[in-house]
Structure formats: C-alpha cells, structure tokens
Design a protein around this ligand. Sequence first.
Ligand code: DGT
Ligand code: CA
Ligand code: CA
Ligand code: ZN
Length: 574
Amino acid sequence: MQNSLVASVLRELANFTEMEDDQPYRALAYRRAAQKIEALPEAIEETARQGKLREIPGVGENIEKKITEILKTGKLESLEKLKSKSPVDVSSLLRVEGIGPKTVKSLYNTLRIKNLDELEAATRDGRLASFKGLGARGSQQLLERIENAKLLTRRVLLVEAKSIVERVVDQLQQIPSVRRYAVAGSYRRMKETIGDLDVLIESDSPEAIKAFTSGDAVKEVVAAGETKVSVKMEKNFQVDVRVVPIESWGAALIYFTGSKAHNIELRTRALKMGYHLSEYGLFKSDGDTRMAGATEEEVYKSLGLDYIEPELREARREINAAERHVLPKLLELDQIKGDLQMHTKWSDGHEGVETMAEAARSKGYEYIAITDHVGSLKIANALDEKRLKEQKREIDSLNKKYESGGIAFRVLQGAEVNIMADGILDLPNSLLKSLDIVLASIHTGFKDDVDKITKRFRGALENENVDIIAHPTGRLILERPGYKIDLRALIQGALDTGTVLEIDGHPNRLDLNDENAFEAIRSGCLLSVDTDAHSASELEYMSIGVAQARRSWAEPKNILNAKNYKDLVKFLAS
Ligand code: DGT
Ligand code: CA
Ligand code: CA
Ligand code: ZN
C-alpha cells in the first residue's frame, strides 16, 4: 500500500509551495488531498489502476497527474527541483511556533539553515541575533520552541493513529490465542496527537507475541521478550504490546491508559488508604493481600471512586469529582443531533447540498447547516448575494421534499463569514440576517497582535447575527500554532453575547483544544461540535470532535448540536 508515501510527498509539496508562492490555497489543496489519501481504506495504487483517482475528494486533474507520477517513480520531478533549489527540511522547521514558510526561505537564503539542529546551533551561537521574523522573544524562548518542534515531529494525529489501530486490531484478531486485547495509552484517552500505541493482550500462549510480530503491518521489531514487544509499523510509528495476566487486567489497563499524572494521583491516594497500587493490582501494603485488579471498575471502587472515563484521566481534579460522585455524564456520539459546519460545491466543498444532507440523514441526524464561505474570499469560491439566493432556493426545495415526504430532517442555510481586519464581517448585515445560522471565523491577518485579534473577535461577538465563532484559534495541529488570541476575553465575550464557540472536528484543527474547551464549559459557554466537512465522508470526523468534547468534560447540555431540531431553532431565534 503506497498511501502513506503518496500522502507524504504531497505534504512536502504543500510545504514547498507555501514557501515559494503567495497562494496558500494551492498548498491547502495538496494537504487536503494528502489527508484523504491517508484515510483511504483501499490501496491507492489499486484506485489508480481502476482509473478512479478523481473520485477521491480533493483530487482534480492536476493532483491526479502528480499521484500517477509518484506511483510510477516514487517521487515528483517538480518537487525534486524545488528541493534542489533549497534543500530544506521545511516540514520540521514549520513546526517551530512563530516560523512560517517565508521565514524558512529567508533562513536558508541568508544563513543556509536547513533543519532544526542547524536552527538550534545558530540560535545558541548568536548567528540569529539580528535575524527578523522569528516571532520569539529572545533566544531562550526560541530554543524552547525548537525543542517543542522536535517533540512534535515524532507524533501523529489521532485520525492517523485510528487507521494504524485498525491494522493492529486486524492482526490481533487473527491470533487465536489472544483472548482479549485493548489499546490503552493516549489513544484510549483520545488525545489529539499520539506518540505511540500501548496495546495489552491476554493470552496463555508464548506464541501470541511471536504471531503478532510476524504480521504484515510490522516493519521492524525494536525489542522483543516473552511478554512484551515493541515494533515499528509504517512511518516509523511504534507499537508496544504487553501480555497481561487475567487477574491484573484492570490494573494494567489503568496503568497503561495513564495519563502518568493521573496514575501518580491514584497511587498517592492508594498509599493514603493503606494500599499499594501497581500495574499488577491493588494490594494491602502490609503484605500481598490482593484487593482488586481484574477490572478497572473494581480498582476504582476499592479506592472509593466512581469509574473514571479514559478521556478524563488527565489530573484535572477528576479524582476529586469521582470521590464526590459528581463526574460529568459525558457526551456520547449518538447524542449528536446534527452537524453545524460543512461546505458544498457552492464554495470549496466537493459535493452538493443533497448529497451532504442524505449522508447526514443516514447518520441519524435531525438537521445540518450548510455553511459555505460567503463574501469576498474569492479564493474559496465564496458566495455573493446572488448565489446565496440561488442556494436558498435549492435548500428550500429540498426541505419541502423532506416535509412532504414526512421526513423529520431539515437543512439550515448558514454561512461561514470572514471576520475582517476591523472586526467587521465580510457580508452586509441585511444578508446575514436572512440566514438561519451564521458562523464567523478568521481566515486572514493571522499575524495580527493579540489586541487586534481580540478586537476583531469582539466585533464578531457583538454582531447579533453571529451565532457561532468557528475554529476560534486557527491552529493546525502539528503544522502551525493558532493566532494570538486572549481566550479569556473570547470566552467572556461569548458569554456576554450568547455566542457559541466551536470545537472543529476536522482532524488537524480541533480548536478549541481540550484545555480551552474545558475552560469555556466551566465558564458556562455553549459549544458546537461540528466537522467542517468538505465532502460527505468527512462527516465521520464528528467522532473526533466528540472525543475532544469528552476530554473537555462536555455533557449534552453544554453542546448546541445535542439539542433536537425544535430546541435548536428556538435557541437560534432567541
Ligand atoms: P503518548 O504515547 O506520548 O501519546 O502518551 P501516553 O500517555 O500513551 O504515554 P506512554 O506511551 O509513554 O505511556 C503509556 C502509559 O503508561 C502512560 O499514559 C502512563 C503509563 N506510564 C508510562 N510511564 C509511566 C511512569 O513512569 N509512571 C507512571 N505512573 N505511569 C507511567
Ligand atoms: Ca502511548
Ligand atoms: Ca508507550
Ligand atoms: Zn473553513
């Protein structure tokens, strides 16, 4: 399967493109295609053989040609040319907060810096002292950011980890002596990025581990013993597998699910109660009387705690809440009643309104909002007044069809409108008023300082037509940090004006992040969890958004699109 290879070449092309020209949307198109290809269930070479590359969302004539070339030659001539012009590890350098494509280029042109190590050396020996555009306050901050970037280069997005987990699970299911398995670690806690997978299996047979390491998906065995093995899968991603005895299953699951900080708090609590907690079980500290260990529930119970969902195990006072029986009843995927951000062919999406609606209906939703880009963002094929009216006719007639067919499903006409430099929205109020729902977001002027950005958001919050602030920080996970925004001010503004903040489920967005969303919920904000889908298959990203919401302690009452259609309409009208 060449999917990862094709995706990584396209990603690299995106980075170089961004460095060389002023058209961020071209780079965006390459990245989007890369993501699709990575998520493809079948081998891309098979798709190519069947002549179906163009059916992949985001793949047009230009990208199709590129994929064909990569499959044939393993590389892209045009990219090789760019690389020989500036042989730079762009993707790693871009992970340094404050460094953008233009800076990468000038770092190379002026100082011949090609990678993170050379950037670090230049920072330490003072060569960067007079260099402008690094966006860091002093060399200490820059060194910290370089260190962070180094850590990031080893992690993958949750969505990529999901596809690796599928392969691991596939392999485990084929081993008869594996009686039970679980994927623990940060994956079970549904963190937005994953460092490695921690897999537990229950088995009597020493052959189980051997059978796993000889599976197709395993590229390299890093370390192997009778009860533990570490392997590398494709893209150098590590998987640790451990055999766990049945009486320790629950204790091991707790230990290897983590987080480390949660484990430490649990163990401290155990000690205070006269117990000893390890991955083998909960014991009385004076001897080896076993108190619990076979299930997680029994361990928590013996520690006087309610069961704590994995997403909550981050040492954010969840142990205290479990002791007082006041843990949140976390939002579940099937409590989501609709999706309030998606794009269609009317702007930069890949499918029509009805296709999106039908896909949403088959997920059991009661409603969706079509939120194409509007205004003067010409580049995303944004809608003007005339096309908005045409779109309204299409949506109205689809709703009529549902209504007359007795189908309880409705399509809202919404829009994603850009917040311009001065906090004014890029569409007249008279038009915004005519829409069912309005999302406002920032797509330009990322480099504005914190006051300016905060002022822009205030402008949007105070506009009574705005219902939701979409992807409120603008970060792209593992790619770029968000813009500088005063989150407390944003949360306060949302509360003051009754505006909803979004958790954007698109896998590399996920803003608000878990900490910010936790803060927002605790302050009483209502959040919307949506997918920002640009094709019907991307509606699947809801599960990723919901995971982030769960990490933020969200209950259904905190989530706008957990409301049924009637209550949603009531809320939007208020
Ligand atoms: P990752 O892989 O970086 O995304 O994050 P985790 O949380 O999966 O961390 P990992 O793979 O290093 O370890 C898996 C779990 O094992 C971790 O969440 C908690 C537990 N663990 C690992 N090392 C320690 C430790 O030194 N002390 C304690 N109490 N627990 C540990
Ligand atoms: Ca891990
Ligand atoms: Ca690990
Ligand atoms: Zn957007």
